[in-house]
Structures are given as structure tokens and as C-alpha cells.
Write a protein that binds this ligand. Structure first.
Ligand code: URP
Ligand code: ZN
Ligand code: ZN
Length: 473
């Protein structure tokens, strides 16, 4: 069976043009004007619609154990929410178990493979570094995993010393892997948390007050300097502060191979949201900052200093004692209420994977901050290129996977938890009026979202082997 998308306007990372798209055997077979219709072809009239490559979200945490609970979207429910928001590929982070890299990845594949509803890959967290880990890093490319994440925060849990971050960068470079950095100053944060608790501070705003922006700013420069000395590429995840953008701009002005990602939450929200009675909803690490930080991050996107908008999707229930109905069944998972008396016990993270495209389009493209092509670059093509998925993903070209979003740029939606499909009880963009929304979503030529209808299923998503040694954008 072939499908012809007729009369749409294609948006790529560099141009917009009218063309038909013929889908055959899960791939884009042909692109051109007025393509002939063969007998066994289903024709969809998509005139007055934009045609985008499926979104690529390189930063998710599905089914992640944390703070005595687990992130509330698993590899099925999170994929489904992603698809409704126009994202067809996600890259999730594998926590490093004591058993080492290979076994940790096998465990994550066991969790993900039967549930996956869209295509996916993994990054490997390197939260310990020794001879075993160094040896196992050599195997990653063979497993199709071509990026590792290191942390300069979360002391005694995930953090590596600067020496070991530097070592990881050198080993990563040797094997064609991209190092990703969670940039915060763990030592300062631990001290400030201990002092805040000793002084009796318990509310969510203290989550932000104990993680000052300077800890992120200096860690970005430190990371860039280590990358320079290791002569290795670096990708800064979840950028959140104006000073980080400045440091990234500085590093790039010195021709260092450093790239950056921000996430929707850092473009809109501030520490004031953590001061609300329901402030725990906004607790994630790094935290929300100020309006000036929001503004500088937008500038970073507009000017190309920042290359990617991911999500760091890591949702928890706001009140995990009250079940919600998910696919007709009640479900409740302990969440933010765990920290009602102590901000350090609030599970860190928030829902976003399905929000990313509609919110960024509405606030970025409709409001004139980003062109449609910049939007596609930031949400699909750039992450696909940086993480070794391109041109199979992130592109509208013959031979690419037919991961396609039919985008209704005119549709106005009052957005919120009921539209977002995340398996949680709240949405950060509740009540926002959004203009522009996915109408149909194809995964490798299969229609998985048709308006409000879910046509996808657990197990239809595939693990995608990624390439190594990819371009620095
Ligand atoms: O609060 C967050 N972001 N949780 C996920 C872990 C991380 O550091 O990305
Ligand atoms: Zn992180
Ligand atoms: Zn994360």
C-alpha cells in the first residue's frame, strides 16, 4: 500500500515549498509536484496544511526510578504522548547500574522494546568511571548508542569529578561518541541545601534558591574548557540560564565544538512559579530562573547559539494519592506529594514531551520569534544530525523514514492536561491558548495519530542504531 500526501507545503530546516509526498514501504519514496497516482495508492488531500518531519526529542526519562518512586510515563505512555505532540523519535537516558554498561542497556531495552510506540534510541549515563566502564565504552557504537551523559552535580549519586569528566571526554572522542553534560556545581549545591534544611526551609522555592544560576554558568564554562583540552565535542543539556548562553556563545566564538539544548520550561517559567501553592509542579533540575533568563534563552534559539529544543521529560503526579483514568483504567503513582514537607524529597522532573512542538510553534513561530524552518531545525533536523539519526530521521527527503506530521497551523487549542496525553495529573501549560497543532502523525508511513484518535500500539516503535562521529552544528 502506498500513501500520497497531496498538495501540502513542506517545511524543512532550510526552506518551504509546495509538493506531494509519496510514501512506500515505510519510506519517503518521492517528492514532487503533481505526482501521478498509481492504483494501489491512498490519497490524502493535505492542501492548506504544513508537512513537517516528525519531531526528534533527544532528552526523555521514561520509567525512571527516582526518590523512591518512578517517572510516571513509561516507554508506551510517554511515546504515545510524544506522538500526539508530533514527535516520532525519542532518545532516553540509561541509568548506569553496578553491573556496568552492557547489562544496564540490556535492562533498559527489556523495559522499552515491548512498549515502544514510536522509534527510539538511548544515551548512556556515565556516573562512574573505571577500567570496566572505559572498556565498555568501546562497545557502545556497536550497540548503536553514540552519546554519553556526565554530571557535574548530584554528589554521591551521579556526579563525576572533573578528572573523570575529562577522561570520559577523551575516551568518547576516541570512539566517536558525543559527551553530554548536566552542568551544575554539585559542591555548592550540596552545601546550600544542607544550610537551607538546617535553617528550616522546606518549600519548593528553596529547590531553586539552593541551585543558583552561577553554579550552572561556571559549570558550562568548565565543561567547554574540558572539551577544549580533550579536543572532544560537547553538548550541554537543559540550558536554563542567561549566563550559560553567554558561555556557550564564548566557547563557540573560540571555535570550540560545543553545542547546547534548552527545553520549553526554561523559556516560559521562573522561580515565581515555584512560589505558588502548587509550586512542586515546577520542580526540576536545573530549576526555573528569571524572566531575563527566559529572554536570553529565546535569543540563543533565534541566533543559533543553541541548536536544540528537547524536553527533559520526566513526569511525576502532582498528587500521586489520587488516581487518574489512563486508557480507561485508574492509575496513581507516588509523585510530588512525597516532598510536601521537604523540598529535597520532591521528585525532580516534569511532563513536556507532548507539549514541545505545539508550545514552541505557538509561542515561537506564531509570535514571530522563529521561522518555520528554524522550528523544524530546532525540534527535528538538528537533534537528528547531532545524534547520528540523519537523514533517516529529521528530514523530508526520498529514502528517509516516512515520519511525517501533517500540521494544522490554523488550529486553535485551549491546551492542558486533557490534550497532552502524558500519564500524569497536571500540565504546566494548563489553559494556554495555542495556535498550530498536529493533525496527523505518521511513523514510518503508518498513521499513528489521526486528530484525537490513537492508532499506534505498544511494540511498533523500533530501536534505531545511530551513527557515530557526527557533525558539530
Ligand atoms: O529534574 C530533572 N531534570 N530530572 C531528570 C534528570 C536530569 O538531570 O536530567
Ligand atoms: Zn540532567
Ligand atoms: Zn534529563
Amino acid at each position: 500500500m502506498k500513501t500520497l500526501l497531496k498538495g501540502g507545503t513542506l517545511v524543512t530546516a532550510s526552506e518551504m515549498f509546495r509538493a506531494d509526498i509519496l510514501i512506500e514501504d515505510e519510506k519517503i519514496a518521492l517528492i514532487g509536484l503533481d505526482l501521478a497516482v498509481a492504483e494501489d495508492t491512498m490519497v490524502l488531500d493535505v492542501s492548506n496544511r504544513l508537512i513537517l518531519p516528525g519531531g526528534v526529542d533527544p532528552h526523555t526519562h521514561f520509567d525512571l526510578p527516582m526518590f523512591g518512586t518512578v517517572s510516571s510515563d513509561d516507554h508506551y505512555t510517554g511515546h504515545k504522548a510524544a506522538a500526539f505532540g508530533g514527535t516520532t523519535t525519542v532518545i532516553d537516558f540509561v541509568p548506569l547500574e553496578n553491573s556496568g554498561i552492557e547489562k544496564s542497556i540490556a535492562l533498559w531495552r527489556e523495559k522499552a522494546d515491548p512498549k515502544a510506540a514510536i522509534d527510539f534510541s538511548f544515551h548512556m549515563n556515565i556516573s562512574r568511571f573505571d577500567e570496566q566502564i572505559e572498556a565498555e565504552m568501546a562497545q557502545l557504537t556497536g550497540m548503536g548508542i553514540t552519546s554519553v551523559k556526565v554530571f557535574s552535580a548530584y554528589n554521591n549519586r551521579l556526579r563525576l569529578s572533573d578528572e573523570n569528566i575529562f577522561r570520559v571526554m577523551r575516551v568518547a572522542k576516541k570512539y566517536g561518541l558525543l559527551t553530554m553534560l548536566h552542568a551544575e556545581n554539585g559542591d555548592v549545591i550540596e552545601l546550600l541545601i544542607a544550610e537551607a534544611l538546617a535553617a528550616g526551609h522546606t518549600t519548593p522555592e528553596w529547590h531553586a534558591l539552593t541551585r543558583p544560576a552561577w553554579t550552572a554558568v561556571e559549570a558550562v564554562l568548565r565543561g567547554a574548557a574540558l572539551a577544549a583540552m580533550a579536543e572532544a565535542p560537547l553538548y550541554i543539556v537543559h540550558m536554563n540560564a542567561a549566563g550559560e548562553v553567554d558561555q556557550l556563545a564564548y566557547a563557540r566564538s573560540k571555535s570550540l565544538p560545543v553545542m547546547g539544548e534548552t527545553c520549553p520550561q526554561y523559556l516560559f517559567f521562573t522561580i515565581d512559579h515555584l512560589r505558588r501553592p502548587d509550586g512542586a509542579k515546577w520542580v526540576c533540575s536545573p530549576p526555573m530562573r528569571s524572566k531575563e533568563d527566559n529572554e536570553r534563552l529565546w535569543q540563543g534559539l533565534e541566533s543559533g547559539i543553541i541548536q536544540v529544543v528537547g524536553t527533559d521529560h520526566c513526569p511525576f503526579f502532582y498528587d500521586g494519592s489520587k488516581p487518574i483514568l489512563y486508557e480507561g483504567k485508574p492509575i496513581a503513582i507516588p509523585g510530588k506529594e512525597l516532598g510536601k514537607d521537604d523540598f529535597t524529597k520532591i521528585p525532580n522532573g516534569l511532563p513536556a514531551v507532548g507539549d514541545r512542538l505545539p508550545v514552541l510553534w505557538s509561542e515561537g513561530v506564531v509570535k514571530g520569534r522563529l521561522s518555520p524552518s528554524q522550528f523544524v531545525a530546532l525540534t527535528s533536523t538538528n537533534p537528528a544530525r547531532i545524534f547520528g539519526l540523519y537523514p533517516r530521521k529529521g528530514s523530508l527527503t526520498p529514502g528517509a523514514d516516512a515520519d511525517i506530521v501533517v500540521w494544522d497551523a490554523e488550529r486553535v487549542v485551549t491546551y492542558g492536561v486533557d490534550q497532552s496525553h502524558h500519564r500524569t495529573d497536571y500540565n504546566l501549560f494548563e489553559g494556554w491558548t495555542l495556535t498550530g497543532f498536529p493533525e496527523k502523525v505518521f511513523l514510518r508511513g503508518n498513521l499513528i495519530v489521526d486528530g484525537k484518535q490513537w492508532l499506534g500500539s505498544a511494540g511498533m516503535g523500533r530501536f534505531i542504531q545511530r551513527n557515530s562521529h557526527n557533525p558539530v552544528l
